[in-house]
Design a protein around this ligand. Structure first.
Ligand code: FAD
Length: 472
């Protein structure tokens, strides 16, 4: 029987800059590209929106791999058992994969590696999904970084590994139907109108961004009605593009067009936040369940189920918050500035546990990321190591007036307020009756009255945080 090499793909659904796949192709054997919908303990299953993306991404990958002469095998279950079955049924010589960094994932991979070695098989793992391995960057004292700015300064000094080329093709194969164990959620049809999937789409998105949009990035990225950011996050989440491909393509673009260099530097610093999140995920335990500052374990979070429900459904009566939550539901994404605002409202004004918000995002975001989602939630909630200070409570009215002054974002996602003048768009409860009536708005009927008093809830949040500091 021909010998076989398995490339176990996880968050790296691409052909280029995929060291595990390249190593498998170099082995000169038959190659199985394996994807497992994992049920292993300790591996967080993707949320509903991410599963939808994954389904389409796997279909695209399957076609791309077929052109290389490689078959994609998709299984559901516990990966150790699935790999053991494949080893038993095929003459497997080696199993390769690219690393992942959540504590539970590291344990699963280590156990499989030990088993493979005990079976006398070759196995190797590679760095491919971050700019720098979390253990390859440390403070002057040899400790993990807890603050972003020195992490970024240090990262910039490092030589980021060059991306690999696509491996060359073997005998072409016909694509087989992929069993992705996937059921279309009811809202999946509408999500489909917003995205393109796969490696080619990711590369095109990057090229379009660098050619046409990056110059506006530093000024425009905070304005939710602008198209100023790259839109790369779901592609990165599933590894349809690697961070070092982005790094080197962008760096080269800056060299070719020095007038773009400052904007590209800003963009790469945001990309570095993703690495910083992975750095924290690897070094700080399970950041999706445990606050990085332990004192936040004593925070007096409120249950407030009705308020949580209003938040999830975009019915808080605070226009920019509702716009964001509805954008999330409709598109599987939300603008970064608005993510910060909705997270601040939930964890500070409503004093609801950040983990509930994180889980909601986990289910609804197509880019829901094992590191960036919990790290960002902890950053906003104040429990992260390099968090926004606890007294920084974003006011949705002033933030809305500043970053959506012309109201394009709120009017798109909260159409029942569309006819309100800009002056009242972010605070309709303060508008005169006449203005409301002229715009066809009846508070409590066509649009909710605010579920929370922003001033009083700010004071309550400050008191709760002060109590934590006192007891520390
Ligand atoms: P760009 O501005 O074009 O940035 C390029 C890339 O850099 C992004 O694709 C992303 O990979 C990375 N990046 C940018 N900002 C951040 C950041 N603050 N933290 C980590 N990485 C960053 N991002 C996710 O990828 N997945 C998540 O699950 C996620 N959850 C978030 C939850 C909250 C509460 C907040 C405040 C932010 C979250 N982010 C998350 C970070 C950020 O909002 C998104 O990365 C960004 O909106 C994606 O849009 P873009 O690709 O156009 O970003």
């Amino acid at each position: 029987m021909t010998s076989t090499t398995i490339a176990w793909l996880r968050n790296d659904l691409r052909l280029t800059d995929n060291p595990a796949l390249s190593a498998a192709m170099r082995a000169g054997t038959r190659v199985i590209a394996l994807y497992v919908h994992e049920t292993a303990h300790g591996v967080r299953p993707p949320g509903a929106a991410a599963r939808w993306w994954l389904h389409h991404s796997l279909q695209t990958l399957e076609r791309d791999l077929a052109a290389l002469g490689v078959e994609l095998t998709v299984r559901t279950g516990e990966p150790g058992g699935i790999i053991a079955d494949l080893v038993r049924d095929n003459t497997v010589a080696a199993v390769f994969w690219n690393r992942r960094y959540a504590p539970g994932e590291v344990l699963v991979d280590a156990a499989i590696k030990t088993w493979l070695i005990n079976q006398g098989l070759a196995t190797q793992s590679f760095g491919a999904n971050v700019l720098i391995e979390p253990w390859d960057i440390a403070t002057g004292q040899g400790q993990p970084y807890s603050v972003f700015t020195p992490f970024w300064k240090s990262l910039k000094q490092r030589a980021i590994a060059l991306p690999l080329q696509q491996p060359s093709a073997r005998l072409p194969r016909q694509p087989q139907p992929v069993d992705t164990d996937y059921r279309e959620p009811c809202w999946a049809a509408k999500l489909g109108g917003h995205w393109y999937f796969g490696e080619v789409a990711a590369q095109r998105t990057l090229a379009d961004f660098l050619d046409h949009r990056v110059t506006n990035y530093p000024q425009g990225r905070d304005f939710p009605d602008s198209d100023a950011s790259s839109g790369l996050s779901p592609h990165l989440r599933f590894g349809e593009i690697s961070p070092r491909q982005i790094w080197h393509t962008a760096t080269m673009a800056a060299q070719m067009a020095p007038e773009k260099a400052a904007a590209i530097d800003k963009f790469l610093s945001e990309l570095a936040w993703r690495d910083f999140s992975y750095h924290q995920l690897y070094h700080r335990g399970d950041i999706a369940t445990e606050p990085m500052q332990p004192k936040y374990g004593n925070m007096a979070w409120r249950e407030a189920d009705d308020e949580f429900a209003a938040w999830t459904s975009g019915m808080t009566g605070l226009p920019i918050i509702d716009a964001g939550m509805r954008e999330l539901w409709e598109t599987g994404s939300m603008h970064n500035r608005v993510r910060i605002l909705v997270a601040s409202l939930l964890t500070k004004n409503l004093l609801i546990d950040w983990r509930r918000g994180e889980q909601w995002f986990w289910d609804c975001l197509v880019d829901s990321d094992r590191a960036s989602n919990p790290a960002s939630w902890q950053w906003v909630a104040g429990s992260g190591l390099d968090a926004a200070p606890y007294f920084r409570i974003f006011n949705p009215v002033t933030q809305g007036s500043r970053f959506d002054a012309a109201g394009g974002y709120v009017r798109r996602w909260v159409p029942e307020l569309a006819a309100l003048p800009d002056q009242w768009l972010h605070n309709p409860w303060e508008a005169p009756q006449q203005a409301l009536a002229a715009a066809g708005v009846r508070l409590g009927v066509t649009y909710p009255a605010p579920i929370v008093d922003l001033k009083a809830s700010r004071v309550r949040a400050l008191e709760a945080a002060a109590a934590l500091q006192r007891n520390d």
